[in-house]
Ligand binder design. Structure first.
Ligand code: HEC
Length: 479
C-alpha cells in the first residue's frame, strides 16, 4: 500500500502527463496530495511514533508507564523482557492510537494536544502531565508529521537525499555520563547526550537519524534520537558490552560482549531487539564492520584472536590466532572496495600488526621508534591504542600512548611520513578521521579533551574540551 503510493508520487513528479492518468485511475494518490484527509502510515508509526511512548523525559513518567493499564487509551503490554512492541502488538496500537487523531489536523488531535502545555496550544489538563511546552518540540513535530500523512518511505527518501548530512565527531567519555558531539567545521561541541553512564562506543546510523551507544553500566545498546539527543530505546545485551560497529545499511549493530564466554551481539535496529549472539572464544573488546560491509571483525583480548563474521549469514567465517591480545583495528581497501589489510594493535606491543585479509595471515609487525624514557608517558594499560585509515586507503594514522605521539604512515608501503607529540596533554587513546581524510580527532584520555590534528602538516590545530576520560570516538553524518 505504502510502496504503491510512493511509486505513484514518483511517477507524478517525473512524468507529468502520464501522472495525470495515474491520478485519475487511482484516487488514493489524490488523497495523499492533501485534498482529502491524509492517510496514516503504519511504518512511520512504528519507526517514529511508538518510540515517543517509550521515551523517558526528565521529570515525567513515560507514556507507557500509565497507558498500558488503567487509561482509556490502552496500549498493548510489552512482552516479557521486550523493550518495544512486536509487529502484532504494534498493529493493535496503531488501530487504537489512530482513533485519537484527526488525520491532516494535528492542532485538534487529542494525541497531540493532551500532553501539550496549555500555553503552547494544548488543552487544559492531562492526568499524565504536560510533556511538551510548545509545538516546536521535536517529538510534537514527529507526531504532527504522522498525522499529516508522512510515510516511512518519505522519511527514508528525505534522509537519503541528505545522505550528505552534517559531519560530526561522536566522542564517548569512559568515566563520564555523557557523549559529546563535535562539529569538525568549527571544532566546537554542538550537542551532548546526557544520562549514559560509562558509554563505551558510539556509532551513527547511515541515515543520520540514530546514534547507537553501548552502555556498560546497564549492559544495553542505547538508541539515541539524533534530533532530541534523548535515549529512546534500550535493548538488553547478552553480557557486558565493549565497542561496537554498524552494518552498511544500518539494519544491524554488532556489539562486542566482553564478559565471558564472550561473543558478538547482533542487534536488529528495525525490530529493536537482540537478533543473535555469535559466540567467540573469550571476551571481545572491539568489533568493526569492514568498509565494504561484508564482514564484522571482532578482536578477542584475553587471548589473541581475530574473529571474522560474514554479515550475510551472521556466522563465523574464519579466525586468526595471534600471540597477543587484539586491541583496536582498522581496515584499508583494494580498488574494488574489498578489504586489503587489517591493522591491529596488540596488548603490550608499541606498534601494530598488518594482516593480509584475503590470505588470512599476518604480513608484518611495525614497531614505533623508541623515545627516551624521560619522554615516555606511562599511564598503564595498553601502550598502542587508536588506529584509522583515510578513505582513499593511502594514509594510516596510529597512536602510541607510551610515546604520547600520533604517527602517520603511507599505505601500502608503511613509510613513516610524520608524527606529532601531544605535548601538554596525556594519553592519545583513540582516533577517528573526517570523511575527507584531512583531520584526525584524537581522544586525549588523561586530559579530558579531543585534539584535532591536521593530517597534511601533522600539527595539532584544536583542543575541544569534552567529558571525563574520553576514549572511543567515531565519525558520522547526522541529520
Ligand atoms: C502518569 C500517567 C500518565 C502518563 C505518564 C501519560 N498519560 Fe496520557 N493519560 C493518563 C490518564 C489517567 C488519562 C485519562 C484522563 C485524562 O484524559 O487526563 C490520559 C489520557 C490521555 C489521552 C486521551 C485518551 C483518550 O482516551 O482520548 C491521550 C491522547 C494521552 N493521554 C496521551 C499521552 C501521551 C502521548 C503520553 C506521553 C507523552 C501520556 N499520555 C502520558 C495518564 C498518563
Amino acid at each position: 500500500m505504502t510502496r504503491s503510493k510512493t511509486w505513484n508520487r514518483r511517477w507524478a513528479v517525473t512524468c507529468g502527463a502520464a501522472a495525470l492518468m495515474l491520478v485519475w485511475a487511482m484516487p488514493t494518490a489524490v488523497a495523499q496530495e492533501g485534498s482529502t484527509p491524509a492517510a496514516l502510515d503504519y511504518e512511520f508509526f512504528t519507526n517514529n511514533v511508538q518510540p515517543i511512548f517509550l521515551a523517558k523525559r526528565e521529570g515525567h513518567a513515560r507514556c507507557v508507564s500509565c497507558h498500558i493499564e488503567g487509561t482509556p487509551m490502552r496500549l498493548q503490554p510489552l512482552s516479557p523482557g521486550a523493550t518495544t512492541w512486536n509487529d502484532e502488538q504494534s498493529h493493535k496500537n496503531f488501530e487504537l492510537v489512530r482513533t485519537r487523531v484527526v488525520p491532516g489536523n494535528p492542532g485538534i488531535s487529542r494525541l497531540l494536544i493532551h500532553p501539550l502545555a496549555n500555553e503552547g496550544g494544548g488543552d487544559l489538563y492531562h492526568s499524565g502531565g504536560k510533556h511538551w511546552t510548545s509545538k516546536d518540540d521535536p517529538e510534537w513535530q514527529t507526531l504532527a508529521a504522522w498525522v499529516q500523512g508522512r510515510t516511512a518511505a518519505q522519511a527514508a527518501a528525505t534522509s537519503g537525499a541528505s545522505a550528505a548530512g552534517k559531519v560530526r565527531i561522536i566522542q564517548t567519555n569512559s568515566a563520564g555520563d555523557n557523549v559529546h558531539i563535535i562539529d569538525p567545521a568549527s571544532n566546537k561541541v554542538v550537542g551532548v547526550i546526557e544520562g549514559i553512564e560509562v558509554g563505551h562506543g558510539a556509532v551513527g546510523d547511515p541515515n543520520g537519524r540514530w546514534i547507537y551507544v553501548s552502555n556498560e553500566a546497564e549492559s544495553t545498546l542505547d538508541f539515541v534520537d539524533v534530533r532530541t539527543l534523548r535515549v529512546m530505546v534500550k535493548v538488553p545485551l547478552s553480557g557486558h558490552p565493549n565497542n561496537l560497529g554498524i552494518g552498511k545499511d544500518g539494519r544491524k549493530v554488532y556489539v562486542s560482549v566482553r564478559s565471558e564466554p564472550g561473543g558478538v551481539d547482533i542487534i536488529d535496529t528495525v525490530n529493536r531487539r537482540l537478533h543473535k549472539t555469535v559466540r567467540t572464544n573469550h571476551g571481545i573488546h572491539n568489533t568493526y564492520v569492514t568498509p565494504d560491509g561484508r564482514y564484522a571483525v571482532a578482536g578477542s583480548t584475553p587471548v589473541g584472536r581475530i574473529n571474522v563474521i560474514d554479515t550475510a549469514t551472521d556466522e563465523l567465517a574464519w579466525y586468526l590466532d595471534v600471540d597477543l591480545g587484539i586491541r583496536p583495528m582498522a581496515f584499508d581497501q583494494n580498488p574494488d572496495g574489498s578489504t586489503r589489510y587489517i591493522f591491529a594493535q596488540l596488548s603490550d606491543f608499541n606498534g601494530f600488526m598488518v594482516i593480509d585479509f584475503a590470505a588470512r595471515k599476518e604480513l608484518r609487525r611495525i614497531k614505533f621508534p623508541d623515545v627516551p624514557a624521560a619522554r615516555q608517558v606511562k599511564v598503564g594499560g595498553n601502550v598502542s591504542h587508536g588506529v584509522a585509515v583515510t578513505p582513499d586507503s593511502k594514509i594510516l594514522i596510529v597512536n602510541s600512548r607510551l610515546n604520547n605521539k600520533v604517527y602517520k604512515y603511507s599505505l601500502p608501503d608503511f613509510k613513516m611520513l610524520g608524527e606529532v607529540e601531544m605535548t601538554g596533554g596525556i594519553d592519545p587513546n583513540w582516533v577517528t578521521l573526517t570523511p575527507d581524510g584531512k583531520t584526525a580527532y584524537v581522544a586525549m584520555s588523561g586530559s579530558n579533551w579531543t585534539s584535532a590534528i591536521d593530517i597534511a602538516s601533522m600539527k595539532e590545530v584544536a583542543r575541544i574540551p569534552v567529558g571525563a576520560v574520553p576514549k572511543r570516538n567515531s565519525t558520522a553524518r547526522l541529520q
